[in-house]
Design a protein around this ligand. Structure first.
Ligand code: CA
Length: 226
């Protein structure tokens, strides 16, 4: 199920969007201001963000800039109250994927959301090969090496590492990892995840006890930093 985060301060609009998106089969989380929006963008790891421009605390442009500066590439559809050309241009320059001008019809917004998800879904960073510190990893060939030294990973360790790389800069919970890396057919405990993370750290971190790449976020989960 695709997850959508709605950041909008007007309660009626926020609830209306939530209801309509849930009817379309999306899992929806909402935030009422820019700060809360940024927090939830981290914890909820949405597939798409609907972001109002005029927000208390931190406006939509700042939220957009913040997310992008932290390498969070989640697609963003901006809601701009003004039809001013400068708003649209600024939003797109800051890294928004599309915008809808208020007032809009829900049908139009849903069509934009679907289109953006389709477009960005195709270009999901698959990262066939990445370099993490001194380690080169080729996910396609299932090979990893540090300099000339070949490193051994199990298939599951590779899957987990790839998942982290695909979610670079985002906090992922143990539950998300269980669902998306292990899937529903198996029932490991969250403790299993911690053990696998420990093994990955042994292999990719310079000092596994002071990790620089797979960070523990207390009370939330893990965050991968490239
Ligand atoms: Ca607003």
């Amino acid at each position: 199920m695709k997850r959508i985060l709605v950041i909008e301060d007007e309660p009626q609009m926020r609830l209306g969007l939530r209801d309509n998106l849930e009817l379309e089969g999306y899992e929806v989380e909402t935030a009422a201001d820019g700060d809360e929006g940024l927090q939830k963008a981290n914890g909820f790891s949405p597939d798409l963000v609907i972001l109002d421009v005029m927000l208390p605390k931190k406006n939509g442009f700042d939220v957009c800039r913040d997310l992008r500066s932290r390498s969070i590439l989640t697609p963003i559809v901006m809601l701009t109250a003004r039809s001013a050309e400068t708003d649209k241009v600024l939003g797109l320059e800051l890294g928004a994927d599309d915008y809808v001008t208020k007032p809009f019809s829900i049908t139009e917004l849903l069509a934009r959301v679907r289109a953006v998800l389709r477009r960005t879904g195709q270009q999901k960073p698959t990262a066939d090969a990445v370099t993490i510190g001194e380690i080169e990893i080729d996910f396609k060939l299932h090979q990893a090496r540090r300099g000339k030294q070949r490193l051994e990973f199990t298939a599951r360790e590779f899957d987990l590492l790839r998942y982290f790389v695909q979610h670079t800069g985002q906090v992922v919970t143990r539950e998300q990892i269980l669902n998306e890396v292990w899937g529903y057919e198996e029932f490991p405990t969250t403790r299993t995840i911690d053990n696998f993370v420990a093994k990955l750290r042994q292999k990719i971190e310079k000092s596994p006890h002071a990790p620089e790449h797979i960070l523990t976020i207390h009370g939330s989960g893990y965050k991968f930093v490239g």
